[in-house]
Design a protein around this ligand. Sequence first.
Ligand code: ZN
Ligand code: ZN
Length: 280
Amino acid sequence: MQVMLVGLLFFGGIYLAFGALTWLLTRHLLPALDLGRPLDPRPLAPGQLRRELFQSGMSILLFGTGMIFPWGLLQLGWARLDPAASGWKIALEILALVAWNDVHFWINHRLLHTKLLRRFHLPHHRSIVTTPFSTYSFHPVEALMLGNVILLPMVVHDFSFWSLASVPLFSLFFNCVGHANYDFFPEVSYAHWFAASRRHHLHHACFNGNYGFQFTFMAGAGPDAASHRRTLRRPHRRRGRHAARISLESLSMIPTITAFERSPDGGAAYTVGQSSLSRV
Ligand SMILES: [Zn+2]
Ligand SMILES: [Zn+2]
């Protein structure tokens, strides 16, 4: 019971603190310092913030009470903590968990974009223009899928408590970056690690493509673009109904390999090859 209460306070606290800090940075401080630029200038949907806060509240309830699972693994002796881990060991463990977090997210995110599970992912995608409070705005099924990230690593390795505690922190940090609707490093390419906010913004704006989290080694802009280029070539080699279906698939993937750019007049455009998909 105490574990669940601590979990609730922890997840609720970091959600509000990280969200408020990202809001302050991207809506006030960074624009004032002329560092970076906002991405999507469109206004939020009516009631969006209230919905995000409500859905996130449900996720926090699940994440908080879900602390009973890692705790249970420790009680049952299926997992153990390393109380004497050195600083180096903790640093390496955190690096491994950062990598695992991206792999775990990518697998679950791809599953959530299948026909079967898509309906559980749509509540998150109702935020087309994202905010720092979109971070935990999930359907409970999605919250359960993403929330179990540390269970498997715990069973296969004795982590330090601090390494495990770092997971929700760095995960939420990257999540805030991804949903900030702010381009922190406008000079870098789409495939760059520092362009994660641009990639996840495109994912929300276009729904298809850019399924990765912070990094591109799983399916970020680089590998995604390559696989989509392959998909785009396929229709030419196939005939009939099948070809038409692939063609449609390819069409829906086109926004992945394009960019979101600001036009000189201050507007914004999604570009598909040479042509403009939508101008706002
Ligand atoms: Zn998605
Ligand atoms: Zn998102």
